[in-house]
Design a protein around this ligand. Structure first.
Ligand code: CIR
Length: 288
């Protein structure tokens, strides 16, 4: 049976309903809802040899990184995601940063070809994890694209011109996404790794941005909230449902979001930050 009815016995729905019941919520309206899946991957012991572009290497406490990642997964589950935690890839230092290997859209998942050669082998197991949810398309050579450079706002894909994403990769994304009703717009940026280091979505049409790293005129009529000037790296925040996950290291930016009526939760990701990662890059979140 196709359509919503086919999902009624999906284990994701069964677990979400159970979770709602455990919290004393009315489950009557849950059936037509589509579940949000979050794909994550556990921390590689090789993280200490991760790629770094704008940061100096500092020692990473592996146990602390693992604990922070577990807390991140728990938070996603608290916010209603069905978390599918992939096993670690010991030989792939940056493999916990699953966001960079795919762009999951309505109707298609685009498997990226990272601009960092060391990260390209990460794509294989991400493709395997996604193939039961979407038809797959691939960015191919000479194109490069990191998912961290793709900001989705409605049906527009803003793509950063970064050291990881080249014009061929952007063009290939456009060719794949256009038939699915998306428009692609390239965005200039500087001084940071990915577009989503400089700007993320924190509401339907609300963006959190560091204007020193990206010209926000590119985003048209979206409302912009600026990071606190003392917290330049705070623009990488993660909207899950109606709540924004903000790194605990950026309390002033968090206050700015709260002042605009945006619900937030803080999360300590200090070890992840040393690997030049943030809260968006540790998951791929999409409707099942
Ligand atoms: C890298 O350089 O690829 C990793 N060390 C960090 C990737 C972070 N990804 C992201 O922000 N989307």
């Amino acid at each position: 049976m196709e359509g919503p009815g086919a999902r009624l016995n999906d284990p994701i729905f069964v677990r979400l309903e159970q979770r709602a019941r455990d919290h004393g919520c009315d489950t009557g309206n849950m059936r037509p809802m589509r579940a949000e899946v979050a794909i994550t991957r556990q921390v590689s012991p090789g993280i200490v040899r991760c790629e770094l572009t704008h940061l100096d290497r500092r020692p990473i406490d592996l146990d602390a990184a693992r604990a922070q990642h577990r807390a991140y997964e728990e938070r996603l589950a608290d916010l209603g995601c069905e978390v599918r935690s992939l096993p670690p890839e010991p030989d792939l230092p940056d493999s916990m940063f699953v966001e960079d290997l795919a762009v999951v859209l309505d109707g298609v998942a685009v498997i990226a070809r990272s601009g960092a050669q060391s990260r390209r082998p990460e794509a294989e197991s991400i493709a395997a994890a996604l193939e039961s949810f979407r038809p797959l398309e691939h960015v191919v050579a000479p194109g490069t694209l990191d998912g961290g450079d793709v900001l989705v706002v409605g049906r527009t894909l803003f793509v950063g011109r970064s050291s990881r994403t080249n014009p061929e990769g952007t063009e290939q994304l456009q060719t794949i996404a256009t038939p699915h009703g998306y428009t692609v717009a390239a965005v200039e940026m500087s001084e940071c790794l990915h577009l989503k280091s400089a700007v993320t979505r924190v509401g339907e049409r609300i963006l959190l941005a560091n204007r020193a790293w990206v010209d926000t005129d590119a985003f048209g009529c979206a409302e912009i909230i600026e990071v606190d000037p003392t917290e330049p790296m705070a623009a990488n925040a993660l909207l899950v449902g109606q709540t924004v996950i903000v790194p605990a290291a950026y309390p002033r930016t968090r206050e700015r979001l709260e002042a605009q009526g945006i619900a937030t939760v803080a999360l300590d990701i200090s070890e992840v930050t040393k690997a030049e990662g943030g809260v968006t890059c540790c998951s791929l979140i999409f409707e099942a």
